[in-house]
Design a protein. Structure first.
Length: 150
């Protein structure tokens, strides 16, 4: 196998303006609100790209009222079945995550998506049970983001 170019693993946290035109994105189906046992993630990603959406997003909840899929894994699958659409986390709950593992996941997603990853970062807290499940206190506002920052 060939080597990955070093640039593929360089993660930049510099804000960037993608376009001066407002785009239109869609939230990918990563949850099962009606508990049918089917989550059409692959079809949703393919359809979003075919319909011309600029971006496709996933949430990042460990536990919420509807059964849901893991956000990073869902984005990896979406990257595998699309080629153009931008992919991202609508909000990445950074305060619930270990920084080193999160950085590795984000770098991997950036490489697998050929540079199409975007993230929004938040503190969460609307589902306190997910913080308990993660073994961390409910988000304490901006301080929970600062403790994860380099």
């Amino acid at each position: 196998m060939g080597r990955w170019p070093a640039a593929a693993f360089r993660w930049e946290l510099t804000p960037r303006i993608v376009s001066s035109v407002v785009g239109c994105g869609v939230l990918l189906p990563t949850f099962d609100p009606f508990r049918t046992g089917e989550i059409p993630l692959l079809e949703g990603a393919r359809r979003a790209e075919a319909l011309g959406f600029d971006s496709a997003w996933v949430g990042d909840h460990l536990a919420c009222p509807a059964p849901n899929l893991d956000g990073p894994t869902s984005l990896a699958v979406a990257a595998a079945v699309t080629t153009e659409i931008e992919l991202g986390f609508s909000i990445l709950l950074l305060g619930m995550r270990k920084l080193a593992w999160t950085a590795k996941q984000l770098i991997t997603l950036q490489a697998l998506s050929a540079g199409r990853l975007s993230i929004g970062v938040g503190v969460g807290g609307e589902f306190p049970q997910e913080f308990a499940a993660a073994g961390v206190p409910v988000a304490g506002g901006p301080s929970s983001i600062r403790r994860c920052s380099c």
